[in-house]
Ligand binder design. Sequence first.
Ligand code: SF4
Length: 490
Amino acid sequence: MTPLPPDFYASWRQRDRRPAGAVEDSPAGPPERWLQQIWRHQRLRRAELTGHDGRPVRVLHPGFWNRGPGPDFQRAVLQFGQDAPVSGDVEIDLNLSGWHQHGHARNARYHQVILHVVWDLPTPDRQPPVLALRPFLDAPLAELAPWLDDEAAALLPVETLGQCCAPLAAVNAGTLAALLQQAARVRLQRKAGEFAIHARHVGWERALWVGLLGALGYRHNTWPMRRLAEIAAELDGHPSGEPATRAAVPVWEARLLGLAGLLPSQLPAGDNAPYAKTIWDSWWRERDALADRILPAATWQLAGLRPANQPQRRLALAARWLAAGDLPARLQAWLSEPPTAGRAFVAQLLATLSGPAEPDDFWAHHWTLRSRRFARAQPLLGAPRVTDLALNVVLPWLHARATIGGHATLLGEIERRYFSWPASEDNAVLKLARDRLFGPAPRALPRTAASQQGLLQLTRDFCDQADARCAGCRFPDLVRALPVQPIHAG
Ligand code: SF4
Protein backbone atom coordinates (compact mmCIF):
# COMPACT_ATOMS: atom_id res chain seq x y z
CA MET A 1 0.00 0.00 0.00
CA THR A 2 1.34 3.46 -0.90
CA PRO A 3 2.12 5.40 2.28
CA LEU A 4 0.27 8.68 2.65
CA PRO A 5 1.21 11.70 4.72
CA PRO A 6 -0.65 11.45 8.01
CA ASP A 7 -2.91 14.41 7.29
CA PHE A 8 -3.33 13.77 3.55
CA TYR A 9 -7.05 13.06 3.61
CA ALA A 10 -7.91 15.80 6.09
CA SER A 11 -5.96 18.50 4.26
CA TRP A 12 -7.23 17.28 0.87
CA ARG A 13 -10.79 17.47 2.20
CA GLN A 14 -10.30 21.00 3.42
CA ARG A 15 -8.69 22.20 0.20
CA ASP A 16 -10.71 24.88 -1.56
CA ARG A 17 -13.62 24.39 0.86
CA ARG A 18 -13.58 27.83 2.32
CA PRO A 19 -15.85 30.09 0.28
CA ALA A 20 -15.28 33.80 -0.03
CA GLY A 21 -18.03 34.53 2.47
CA ALA A 22 -16.16 32.78 5.26
CA VAL A 23 -14.39 35.95 6.26
CA GLU A 24 -16.47 38.10 8.54
CA ASP A 25 -15.74 41.39 6.86
CA SER A 26 -16.45 40.15 3.34
CA PRO A 27 -18.65 42.81 1.71
CA ALA A 28 -21.06 40.16 0.44
CA GLY A 29 -21.44 38.54 3.85
CA PRO A 30 -21.72 34.78 4.39
CA PRO A 31 -24.26 32.64 2.53
CA GLU A 32 -27.72 32.85 4.05
CA ARG A 33 -27.83 29.10 4.57
CA TRP A 34 -24.86 29.47 6.93
CA LEU A 35 -26.84 31.91 9.01
CA GLN A 36 -29.68 29.40 9.08
CA GLN A 37 -27.35 26.64 10.30
CA ILE A 38 -25.77 28.94 12.87
CA TRP A 39 -29.23 29.77 14.18
CA ARG A 40 -30.45 26.20 13.99
CA HIS A 41 -27.51 24.88 16.01
CA GLN A 42 -27.19 28.06 18.07
CA ARG A 43 -23.52 28.47 17.32
CA LEU A 44 -23.74 31.69 19.30
CA ARG A 45 -22.71 33.08 22.66
CA ARG A 46 -26.26 32.57 23.76
CA ALA A 47 -25.98 34.20 27.13
CA GLU A 48 -25.03 37.50 25.50
CA LEU A 49 -27.69 37.77 22.80
CA THR A 50 -29.14 41.26 22.70
CA GLY A 51 -31.78 42.63 20.35
CA HIS A 52 -31.67 45.97 18.56
CA ASP A 53 -33.65 47.54 21.41
CA GLY A 54 -31.05 46.55 24.00
CA ARG A 55 -33.18 43.86 25.60
CA PRO A 56 -31.60 40.44 26.17
CA VAL A 57 -32.91 37.75 23.84
CA ARG A 58 -33.10 34.29 25.37
CA VAL A 59 -33.60 31.48 22.87
CA LEU A 60 -35.56 28.81 24.71
CA HIS A 61 -35.99 26.95 21.41
CA PRO A 62 -34.70 28.09 18.01
CA GLY A 63 -37.72 26.65 16.20
CA PHE A 64 -37.84 24.10 13.38
CA TRP A 65 -36.15 24.78 10.10
CA ASN A 66 -38.69 25.36 7.36
CA ARG A 67 -37.51 24.51 3.84
CA GLY A 68 -40.76 25.58 2.23
CA PRO A 69 -42.38 28.99 1.73
CA GLY A 70 -42.63 31.17 4.82
CA PRO A 71 -40.32 32.07 7.69
CA ASP A 72 -37.05 30.14 8.00
CA PHE A 73 -37.83 28.78 11.47
CA GLN A 74 -41.24 27.99 12.86
CA ARG A 75 -42.49 27.64 16.41
CA ALA A 76 -39.44 29.12 18.10
CA VAL A 77 -39.76 29.96 21.79
CA LEU A 78 -38.04 33.22 22.78
CA GLN A 79 -37.95 35.50 25.76
CA PHE A 80 -37.30 39.21 25.33
CA GLY A 81 -35.95 40.86 28.46
CA GLN A 82 -38.22 40.15 31.41
CA ASP A 83 -41.27 39.44 29.25
CA ALA A 84 -42.97 36.07 29.38
CA PRO A 85 -41.68 33.57 26.77
CA VAL A 86 -43.44 33.80 23.42
CA SER A 87 -43.77 31.25 20.63
CA GLY A 88 -43.63 32.28 16.97
CA ASP A 89 -41.52 32.26 13.84
CA VAL A 90 -38.03 33.51 13.11
CA GLU A 91 -36.98 34.92 9.74
CA ILE A 92 -33.32 35.05 8.78
CA ASP A 93 -31.97 37.43 6.18
CA LEU A 94 -28.50 38.57 5.36
CA ASN A 95 -29.52 42.19 5.61
CA LEU A 96 -32.18 44.13 7.37
CA SER A 97 -33.51 45.32 4.03
CA GLY A 98 -34.46 41.72 3.19
CA TRP A 99 -37.62 42.13 5.25
CA HIS A 100 -39.07 44.59 2.76
CA GLN A 101 -37.19 43.49 -0.36
CA HIS A 102 -38.51 39.95 -0.03
CA GLY A 103 -42.04 41.22 0.59
CA HIS A 104 -42.30 39.70 4.11
CA ALA A 105 -44.14 42.75 5.44
CA ARG A 106 -47.01 42.15 2.99
CA ASN A 107 -47.05 38.37 3.21
CA ALA A 108 -49.50 36.81 5.67
CA ARG A 109 -47.16 33.86 6.20
CA TYR A 110 -44.81 36.19 8.07
CA HIS A 111 -47.36 37.65 10.44
CA GLN A 112 -46.26 35.27 13.22
CA VAL A 113 -42.61 36.34 13.00
CA ILE A 114 -41.40 37.37 16.46
CA LEU A 115 -37.74 37.85 15.57
CA HIS A 116 -35.92 38.99 12.46
CA VAL A 117 -32.37 37.65 12.53
CA VAL A 118 -29.80 39.34 10.27
CA TRP A 119 -26.08 39.08 9.79
CA ASP A 120 -25.33 42.63 10.72
CA LEU A 121 -26.46 46.26 10.98
CA PRO A 122 -29.45 46.34 13.22
CA THR A 123 -31.30 49.63 13.30
CA PRO A 124 -33.70 50.89 15.95
CA ASP A 125 -37.46 51.49 15.93
CA ARG A 126 -38.76 48.69 13.76
CA GLN A 127 -40.87 45.59 14.22
CA PRO A 128 -40.31 42.75 14.78
CA PRO A 129 -37.27 42.92 17.08
CA VAL A 130 -33.96 42.40 15.31
CA LEU A 131 -30.98 40.35 16.40
CA ALA A 132 -27.61 40.58 14.62
CA LEU A 133 -25.70 37.28 14.78
CA ARG A 134 -22.29 38.56 13.82
CA PRO A 135 -21.19 39.87 17.23
CA PHE A 136 -22.25 36.69 19.02
CA LEU A 137 -20.77 33.77 17.05
CA ASP A 138 -19.11 31.25 19.35
CA ALA A 139 -16.09 31.11 17.01
CA PRO A 140 -14.84 33.18 14.06
CA LEU A 141 -16.78 32.43 10.88
CA ALA A 142 -13.66 31.14 9.12
CA GLU A 143 -13.33 28.58 11.89
CA LEU A 144 -16.99 27.60 11.63
CA ALA A 145 -16.95 27.30 7.84
CA PRO A 146 -15.79 23.64 7.57
CA TRP A 147 -18.38 22.57 10.16
CA LEU A 148 -21.12 24.51 8.41
CA ASP A 149 -20.46 22.57 5.22
CA ASP A 150 -20.29 19.26 7.06
CA GLU A 151 -23.08 16.70 7.35
CA ALA A 152 -23.20 17.29 11.11
CA ALA A 153 -24.74 20.69 10.52
CA ALA A 154 -27.51 19.07 8.48
CA LEU A 155 -28.72 16.92 11.39
CA LEU A 156 -31.38 18.05 13.84
CA PRO A 157 -29.51 19.54 16.82
CA VAL A 158 -29.56 16.98 19.62
CA GLU A 159 -31.00 19.59 22.00
CA THR A 160 -34.13 19.83 19.85
CA LEU A 161 -34.96 16.10 19.76
CA GLY A 162 -38.37 15.32 21.18
CA GLN A 163 -38.70 14.23 24.78
CA CYS A 164 -40.33 11.09 23.43
CA CYS A 165 -37.17 10.17 21.51
CA ALA A 166 -35.52 8.24 24.36
CA PRO A 167 -38.59 6.24 25.41
CA LEU A 168 -39.42 5.49 21.74
CA ALA A 169 -35.94 4.05 21.25
CA ALA A 170 -36.88 1.38 23.81
CA VAL A 171 -39.99 0.33 21.84
CA ASN A 172 -39.58 -2.66 19.56
CA ALA A 173 -40.38 -2.48 15.84
CA GLY A 174 -43.60 -4.49 16.04
CA THR A 175 -45.07 -2.36 18.81
CA LEU A 176 -44.06 0.84 17.04
CA ALA A 177 -45.69 -0.36 13.80
CA ALA A 178 -48.86 -1.25 15.70
CA LEU A 179 -48.91 2.16 17.37
CA LEU A 180 -48.59 3.92 14.01
CA GLN A 181 -51.26 1.71 12.52
CA GLN A 182 -53.66 2.66 15.29
CA ALA A 183 -52.87 6.34 14.84
CA ALA A 184 -53.48 5.92 11.10
CA ARG A 185 -56.88 4.39 11.79
CA VAL A 186 -57.75 7.37 13.97
CA ARG A 187 -56.73 9.66 11.11
CA LEU A 188 -58.86 7.80 8.57
CA GLN A 189 -61.86 7.86 10.91
CA ARG A 190 -61.34 11.55 11.66
CA LYS A 191 -61.25 12.49 7.98
CA ALA A 192 -64.26 10.27 7.28
CA GLY A 193 -66.12 11.94 10.16
CA GLU A 194 -65.41 15.36 8.64
CA PHE A 195 -66.85 14.18 5.32
CA ALA A 196 -69.94 12.81 7.06
CA ILE A 197 -70.60 16.13 8.79
CA HIS A 198 -70.02 18.13 5.61
CA ALA A 199 -72.21 15.79 3.57
CA ARG A 200 -75.01 16.20 6.10
CA HIS A 201 -75.21 19.85 5.07
CA VAL A 202 -74.37 19.81 1.37
CA GLY A 203 -74.86 16.23 0.18
CA TRP A 204 -72.32 13.47 -0.52
CA GLU A 205 -71.35 14.53 -4.02
CA ARG A 206 -70.81 18.17 -3.22
CA ALA A 207 -68.73 17.18 -0.20
CA LEU A 208 -66.64 15.01 -2.52
CA TRP A 209 -66.07 17.82 -5.02
CA VAL A 210 -65.00 20.19 -2.26
CA GLY A 211 -62.62 17.55 -0.92
CA LEU A 212 -61.16 16.74 -4.34
CA LEU A 213 -60.58 20.33 -5.41
CA GLY A 214 -59.27 21.26 -1.97
CA ALA A 215 -56.72 18.45 -2.26
CA LEU A 216 -55.74 19.70 -5.72
CA GLY A 217 -54.90 23.01 -4.02
CA TYR A 218 -52.06 21.14 -2.34
CA ARG A 219 -51.52 22.99 0.96
CA HIS A 220 -50.97 26.48 -0.43
CA ASN A 221 -54.22 26.91 -2.33
CA THR A 222 -56.64 24.65 -0.53
CA TRP A 223 -59.15 27.35 0.35
CA PRO A 224 -59.62 29.03 -3.02
CA MET A 225 -59.92 25.60 -4.63
CA ARG A 226 -62.56 24.58 -2.09
CA ARG A 227 -64.45 27.79 -2.78
CA LEU A 228 -64.35 27.09 -6.52
CA ALA A 229 -65.79 23.64 -5.87
CA GLU A 230 -68.65 25.22 -3.94
CA ILE A 231 -69.34 27.67 -6.76
CA ALA A 232 -69.07 24.91 -9.35
CA ALA A 233 -71.64 22.86 -7.46
CA GLU A 234 -73.96 25.89 -7.35
CA LEU A 235 -73.54 26.38 -11.10
CA ASP A 236 -74.23 22.76 -11.71
CA GLY A 237 -77.43 23.58 -9.89
CA HIS A 238 -78.06 20.19 -8.45
CA PRO A 239 -76.54 19.15 -5.16
CA SER A 240 -77.44 15.63 -6.17
CA GLY A 241 -75.01 16.00 -9.07
CA GLU A 242 -77.61 15.28 -11.75
CA PRO A 243 -77.94 18.41 -13.88
CA ALA A 244 -80.27 18.45 -16.85
CA THR A 245 -77.52 19.39 -19.32
CA ARG A 246 -73.86 19.14 -18.56
CA ALA A 247 -71.41 21.81 -19.68
CA ALA A 248 -68.50 20.75 -21.87
CA VAL A 249 -64.82 20.78 -20.88
CA PRO A 250 -63.95 24.19 -22.43
CA VAL A 251 -66.92 25.80 -20.70
CA TRP A 252 -65.90 24.41 -17.31
CA GLU A 253 -62.31 25.36 -17.93
CA ALA A 254 -63.29 28.94 -18.77
CA ARG A 255 -65.61 29.13 -15.76
CA LEU A 256 -63.09 27.82 -13.29
CA LEU A 257 -60.20 29.91 -14.58
CA GLY A 258 -62.41 32.99 -14.83
CA LEU A 259 -63.93 32.52 -11.38
CA ALA A 260 -60.47 31.91 -9.98
CA GLY A 261 -59.36 35.26 -11.39
CA LEU A 262 -56.48 33.42 -13.04
CA LEU A 263 -57.18 34.31 -16.67
CA PRO A 264 -54.49 36.69 -17.92
CA SER A 265 -55.94 40.16 -18.54
CA GLN A 266 -54.20 40.29 -21.91
CA LEU A 267 -54.11 37.43 -24.35
CA PRO A 268 -50.66 35.86 -24.34
CA ALA A 269 -48.64 36.22 -27.49
CA GLY A 270 -47.37 33.39 -29.64
CA ASP A 271 -48.47 29.77 -29.68
CA ASN A 272 -50.61 30.08 -26.55
CA ALA A 273 -52.85 32.78 -28.03
CA PRO A 274 -55.42 30.58 -29.87
CA TYR A 275 -56.08 28.42 -26.84
CA ALA A 276 -56.28 31.38 -24.45
CA LYS A 277 -58.67 33.11 -26.86
CA THR A 278 -60.98 30.09 -26.86
CA ILE A 279 -61.09 30.21 -23.06
CA TRP A 280 -61.65 33.97 -23.01
CA ASP A 281 -64.44 33.77 -25.61
CA SER A 282 -66.28 31.27 -23.44
CA TRP A 283 -65.67 33.21 -20.23
CA TRP A 284 -66.97 36.47 -21.69
CA ARG A 285 -70.38 34.92 -22.20
CA GLU A 286 -70.73 34.16 -18.46
CA ARG A 287 -68.51 36.75 -16.87
CA ASP A 288 -71.07 39.43 -16.04
CA ALA A 289 -73.45 36.95 -14.48
CA LEU A 290 -70.68 35.51 -12.31
CA ALA A 291 -68.75 38.71 -11.58
CA ASP A 292 -69.69 38.81 -7.89
CA ARG A 293 -68.16 35.37 -7.35
CA ILE A 294 -64.74 35.96 -8.91
CA LEU A 295 -61.99 35.29 -6.38
CA PRO A 296 -59.55 38.11 -5.64
CA ALA A 297 -55.94 37.48 -6.64
CA ALA A 298 -54.87 37.72 -2.99
CA THR A 299 -56.56 34.39 -2.22
CA TRP A 300 -53.92 32.53 -4.25
CA GLN A 301 -50.42 31.64 -3.17
CA LEU A 302 -48.54 31.29 -6.44
CA ALA A 303 -44.97 32.23 -5.53
CA GLY A 304 -42.62 29.30 -5.11
CA LEU A 305 -45.05 26.70 -6.50
CA ARG A 306 -43.69 23.84 -8.53
CA PRO A 307 -44.90 24.13 -12.15
CA ALA A 308 -46.94 20.94 -11.85
CA ASN A 309 -48.78 22.39 -8.84
CA GLN A 310 -49.90 25.55 -10.63
CA PRO A 311 -53.63 26.00 -9.98
CA GLN A 312 -54.38 26.72 -13.65
CA ARG A 313 -53.33 23.20 -14.56
CA ARG A 314 -55.15 21.71 -11.56
CA LEU A 315 -58.30 23.53 -12.68
CA ALA A 316 -57.94 22.08 -16.16
CA LEU A 317 -58.10 18.65 -14.49
CA ALA A 318 -61.10 19.67 -12.37
CA ALA A 319 -62.87 20.96 -15.48
CA ARG A 320 -62.62 17.52 -17.05
CA TRP A 321 -64.02 15.84 -13.96
CA LEU A 322 -66.88 18.31 -13.73
CA ALA A 323 -67.71 18.02 -17.41
CA ALA A 324 -67.83 14.21 -17.20
CA GLY A 325 -69.86 14.41 -13.98
CA ASP A 326 -69.63 10.69 -13.28
CA LEU A 327 -66.65 10.70 -10.97
CA PRO A 328 -68.56 9.85 -7.76
CA ALA A 329 -70.04 6.80 -9.47
CA ARG A 330 -66.65 5.82 -10.91
CA LEU A 331 -65.10 5.96 -7.44
CA GLN A 332 -67.79 3.72 -6.03
CA ALA A 333 -67.17 1.33 -8.90
CA TRP A 334 -63.42 1.36 -8.22
CA LEU A 335 -64.14 -0.09 -4.81
CA SER A 336 -65.85 -3.04 -6.47
CA GLU A 337 -62.95 -3.84 -8.79
CA PRO A 338 -61.38 -7.24 -8.17
CA PRO A 339 -59.32 -7.40 -4.98
CA THR A 340 -55.72 -6.60 -5.55
CA ALA A 341 -53.02 -4.99 -3.45
CA GLY A 342 -50.28 -2.44 -3.13
CA ARG A 343 -49.28 -0.61 -6.27
CA ALA A 344 -52.17 -2.09 -8.25
CA PHE A 345 -54.54 -0.01 -6.12
CA VAL A 346 -52.69 3.10 -7.19
CA ALA A 347 -52.80 2.15 -10.86
CA GLN A 348 -56.51 1.33 -10.67
CA LEU A 349 -57.39 4.59 -8.98
CA LEU A 350 -55.15 6.52 -11.35
CA ALA A 351 -57.07 5.00 -14.26
CA THR A 352 -60.39 5.83 -12.58
CA LEU A 353 -59.47 9.44 -11.96
CA SER A 354 -57.70 9.90 -15.28
CA GLY A 355 -60.42 8.28 -17.37
CA PRO A 356 -62.40 11.47 -17.92
CA ALA A 357 -59.32 13.67 -17.54
CA GLU A 358 -57.11 13.17 -20.56
CA PRO A 359 -55.39 16.48 -21.29
CA ASP A 360 -55.83 18.07 -24.69
CA ASP A 361 -52.78 19.09 -26.65
CA PHE A 362 -52.49 22.41 -24.83
CA TRP A 363 -52.52 21.08 -21.25
CA ALA A 364 -50.41 18.12 -22.20
CA HIS A 365 -47.62 20.59 -22.93
CA HIS A 366 -48.19 23.65 -20.69
CA TRP A 367 -48.14 24.41 -16.96
CA THR A 368 -50.18 27.63 -17.32
CA LEU A 369 -51.88 29.66 -20.04
CA ARG A 370 -48.74 31.78 -20.33
CA SER A 371 -45.99 29.21 -19.90
CA ARG A 372 -43.86 27.99 -22.74
CA ARG A 373 -44.67 24.70 -24.40
CA PHE A 374 -42.66 21.77 -23.07
CA ALA A 375 -41.70 18.96 -25.38
CA ARG A 376 -42.70 15.80 -23.56
CA ALA A 377 -46.43 15.46 -22.91
CA GLN A 378 -47.37 15.30 -19.21
CA PRO A 379 -50.60 13.84 -17.81
CA LEU A 380 -52.79 16.10 -15.71
CA LEU A 381 -52.58 13.61 -12.87
CA GLY A 382 -49.66 11.48 -11.69
CA ALA A 383 -49.28 8.67 -9.17
CA PRO A 384 -48.06 10.86 -6.24
CA ARG A 385 -51.13 13.09 -6.45
CA VAL A 386 -53.37 10.02 -6.74
CA THR A 387 -51.99 8.74 -3.45
CA ASP A 388 -52.66 12.11 -1.86
CA LEU A 389 -56.23 12.10 -3.18
CA ALA A 390 -56.77 8.50 -2.07
CA LEU A 391 -55.61 9.04 1.52
CA ASN A 392 -57.18 12.41 2.11
CA VAL A 393 -60.34 12.33 0.04
CA VAL A 394 -61.38 9.18 -1.79
CA LEU A 395 -60.92 6.56 0.93
CA PRO A 396 -62.24 8.77 3.78
CA TRP A 397 -65.26 9.74 1.66
CA LEU A 398 -66.01 6.12 0.80
CA HIS A 399 -65.41 5.16 4.44
CA ALA A 400 -67.90 7.76 5.63
CA ARG A 401 -70.55 6.54 3.20
CA ALA A 402 -69.99 2.90 4.10
CA THR A 403 -70.15 3.70 7.82
CA ILE A 404 -73.40 5.64 7.50
CA GLY A 405 -74.84 2.94 5.28
CA GLY A 406 -73.73 0.18 7.67
CA HIS A 407 -71.84 -1.69 4.91
CA ALA A 408 -69.39 -3.78 6.92
CA THR A 409 -67.95 -5.58 3.88
CA LEU A 410 -67.25 -2.31 2.07
CA LEU A 411 -65.68 -0.88 5.20
CA GLY A 412 -63.37 -3.87 5.39
CA GLU A 413 -62.36 -3.40 1.74
CA ILE A 414 -61.73 0.33 2.25
CA GLU A 415 -59.53 -0.33 5.27
CA ARG A 416 -57.70 -3.11 3.46
CA ARG A 417 -56.81 -0.66 0.69
CA TYR A 418 -55.92 2.10 3.14
CA PHE A 419 -53.56 -0.05 5.19
CA SER A 420 -51.82 -1.65 2.21
CA TRP A 421 -51.45 1.55 0.17
CA PRO A 422 -47.79 2.09 -0.74
CA ALA A 423 -45.94 4.94 0.94
CA SER A 424 -46.35 8.38 -0.58
CA GLU A 425 -43.52 10.78 -1.39
CA ASP A 426 -41.57 11.96 1.61
CA ASN A 427 -42.10 15.54 2.72
CA ALA A 428 -40.74 18.08 5.18
CA VAL A 429 -43.45 17.42 7.79
CA LEU A 430 -42.71 13.69 7.85
CA LYS A 431 -38.98 14.31 7.92
CA LEU A 432 -39.23 16.67 10.88
CA ALA A 433 -41.50 14.22 12.69
CA ARG A 434 -39.01 11.38 12.15
CA ASP A 435 -36.11 13.57 13.25
CA ARG A 436 -37.84 14.69 16.44
CA LEU A 437 -39.34 11.36 17.42
CA PHE A 438 -36.58 9.01 16.38
CA GLY A 439 -33.45 11.15 16.35
CA PRO A 440 -30.31 10.42 14.36
CA ALA A 441 -30.73 6.60 14.57
CA PRO A 442 -33.45 5.96 11.98
CA ARG A 443 -36.11 3.35 12.74
CA ALA A 444 -37.23 0.98 10.02
CA LEU A 445 -40.89 1.90 9.75
CA PRO A 446 -43.34 -0.02 7.53
CA ARG A 447 -43.13 1.37 3.99
CA THR A 448 -46.83 2.08 3.77
CA ALA A 449 -48.86 5.23 3.46
CA ALA A 450 -50.70 4.24 6.64
CA SER A 451 -47.44 4.30 8.59
CA GLN A 452 -46.86 7.85 7.32
CA GLN A 453 -50.42 8.80 8.13
CA GLY A 454 -49.95 7.45 11.64
CA LEU A 455 -46.85 9.55 12.10
CA LEU A 456 -48.70 12.63 10.89
CA GLN A 457 -51.52 11.90 13.32
CA LEU A 458 -49.05 11.62 16.21
CA THR A 459 -47.60 15.03 15.39
CA ARG A 460 -51.10 16.48 15.14
CA ASP A 461 -52.20 14.95 18.43
CA PHE A 462 -49.07 15.72 20.41
CA CYS A 463 -46.44 17.93 18.74
CA ASP A 464 -49.01 20.47 17.55
CA GLN A 465 -50.44 20.72 21.06
CA ALA A 466 -47.08 21.35 22.72
CA ASP A 467 -44.43 23.95 22.10
CA ALA A 468 -41.05 23.23 20.55
CA ARG A 469 -39.66 22.22 23.95
CA CYS A 470 -42.35 19.49 24.23
CA ALA A 471 -43.68 21.27 27.33
CA GLY A 472 -46.73 19.47 28.66
CA CYS A 473 -46.68 16.72 26.01
CA ARG A 474 -48.14 13.46 27.28
CA PHE A 475 -46.76 11.28 24.51
CA PRO A 476 -43.53 10.29 26.34
CA ASP A 477 -45.68 8.93 29.19
CA LEU A 478 -47.89 7.12 26.70
CA VAL A 479 -44.80 5.50 25.16
CA ARG A 480 -43.43 4.48 28.55
CA ALA A 481 -46.79 2.83 29.28
CA LEU A 482 -46.59 0.64 26.15
CA PRO A 483 -46.28 -3.09 26.80
CA VAL A 484 -42.59 -3.97 27.13
CA GLN A 485 -41.35 -6.31 24.44
CA PRO A 486 -37.85 -7.28 23.41
CA ILE A 487 -36.24 -4.95 20.87
CA HIS A 488 -35.21 -6.45 17.57
CA ALA A 489 -32.81 -4.81 15.19
CA GLY A 490 -34.47 -2.01 13.23
S1 SF4 B 1 -44.15 17.30 21.41
FE1 SF4 B 1 -44.43 15.26 22.28
S2 SF4 B 1 -44.65 13.89 20.53
FE2 SF4 B 1 -43.78 15.80 19.76
S3 SF4 B 1 -41.57 15.47 19.80
FE3 SF4 B 1 -42.12 16.43 21.78
S4 SF4 B 1 -42.46 14.71 23.18
FE4 SF4 B 1 -42.48 13.89 21.10
